[in-house]
Ligand binder design. Structure first.
Ligand SMILES: *Cc1c(COP(=O)(O)O)cnc(C)c1O
Length: 404
């Protein structure tokens, strides 16, 4: 008789977005006259940039002719794309990353979920709380997290690093030594960032205790402040202790097009074994590459026009972020994020729980956001709004909230 992977049975139901969906649908059915504004989604809404569409069309046409047809992509991804990445994302920022240290993929979710494959089961992970759920759930599926404890809403074998107002929504070095440290800056869900100097402390710590940092830089393109690093490799010594994961989803609107990459420096070794070669082996066996047409589209993002056009999209979202931050502050809310990230993290008023505030906002303002508790126990008492809506809807949502 076959057996299932029982680690899956330990996972608490990921009811967050389905619960939100159900509540919103129920409310909408009973209130057909109300216009609901959704600022809960973590998905982009602006269309792909014209240069990206052009590159896609051209690549599609190439696929229709034997002379220019492309089959399986090379293992690491096409060199034209890896070259553009190395040049613009790394060399331009003084980071020495080589072409064969970049692995093209179909996105940061799969890479951050799959990276655990190359690490032993005994490794202990440390995560921020609140956190992007993929890091924890994929480690739970692998059997690395112990048991889920309902009363604390925590796994028994995970080191949680609370990110609250007291810590400026950044994690502090854990007292218990982790083996794998997941960091994401600019952060989803809190929209917080840390400076290069602060990130250097994490790199130094990882080098000291022999840990690997898995650095999710999916929101790198939203950074506006000078002292915030765009890549962990801007920190000294990071090539010996950090893996960086990036995505084209939020910087260029590829959420439905699918493209990302992971950087593993060859210097990053465990007892002489290079993680770069393990990941190459893993991807070579389990992954057959991102589509040629999508990699061409990714290349176009780095062209002069591409950089200009995607910058405009980000500016559009960040204008929304500003509207949300200013609107909330003028309505008396305590707000963070929204400066280097498309997420605004607000303290729920009058001691409301994050779900109470969800209901309140839905019923009184017809605005949908995401309860902070859905991202981890330290998210209780907080609420996330995103800047990914339309400008007009964002303005209207803020007018409604101010009238409450
Ligand atoms: C959106 C997001 C990603 C991007 O995932 P893709 O699979 O590339 O679309 C990665 N990490 C975080 C924290 C995100 O919010």
């Amino acid at each position: 008789m076959f057996k299932v992977n029982e680690n899956y049975l330990k996972l608490p139901g990921s009811y967050l977005f389905s619960t939100i969906g159900k509540k919103v649908n129920a409310y909408a059915q009973e209130n057909l006259d109300k216009k609901i504004i959704r600022l809960g989604i973590g998905d982009v809404t602006q269309p792909l940039a014209p240069v990206v569409i052009e590159a896609l069309h051209k690549a599609v046409d190439e696929m229709g002719h034997a002379e220019t047809f492309h089959g399986y992509a090379p293992d690491l991804g096409y060199e034209f794309l890896r070259k553009a990445i190395v040049e613009h994302d790394y060399q331009a920022r003084g980071c020495k990353i080589a072409l064969d240290e970049v692995f093209i993929s179909d996105g940061a979710k799969s890479d951050s979920g799959n990276i655990g494959d190359i690490f032993a089961l005994e490794n202990k992970i440390a995560v921020c709380d609140p956190v992007y759920p993929v890091y924890v759930d994929t480690n739970a599926m692998a059997g690395r997290t112990g048991e889920y404890l309902e009363e604390t809403q925590k796994w028994s074998n995970v080191i949680y690093m609370p990110c609250t107002a007291e810590t400026n929504f950044a994690p502090e070095l854990p007292s218990e030594e982790p083996d794998l440290i997941y960091l994401c800056f600019p952060n989803n869900p809190t929209g917080s960032t840390i400076t290069k100097k602060e990130l250097q402390k994490w790199v130094d710590y990882a080098l000291k205790v022999g840990a690997v940092i898995i650095y999710d830089a999916a929101y790198e393109a939203y950074i506006t402040e000078e002292e915030v690093p765009h890549s962990i490799y801007e920190c000294e010594g990071a090539a010996a202790c950090a893996i960086e994961i990036r995505s084209f989803s939020k910087n260029a609107g590829f959420t439905g097009t699918r493209l990302g990459f992971t950087v593993i420096p060859k210097e990053l070794k465990c007892k002489g074994v290079s993680l770069n070669s393990l990941w190459a082996r893993r991807q070579g066996t389990k992954f057959n590459g991102a589509p040629y047409i999508v990699q061409r589209a990714g290349e176009a993002v780095y062209s002069e026009e591409g950089r200009k056009q995607t910058k405009e999209q980000i500016a559009y979202y960040m204008r929304n972020a500003k509207v949300i931050c200013e609107g909330l502050v003028s309505a008396g809310y305590t707000v963070s994020g929204g400066v280097n990230a498309p997420y605004i993290w607000l303290k729920t008023p009058k001691g409301m729980s994050s779900w109470e505030f969800f209901d309140y906002l839905l019923e009184q303002a017809n605005v949908v956001g995401t309860p902070g508790a859905g991202f981890g126990p330290s998210g209780e008492g907080y609420f996330r709004l995103t800047a990914f809506g339309s400008y007009e809807n964002t303005l209207e949502a803020m007018e409604r909230i101010k009238r409450l």
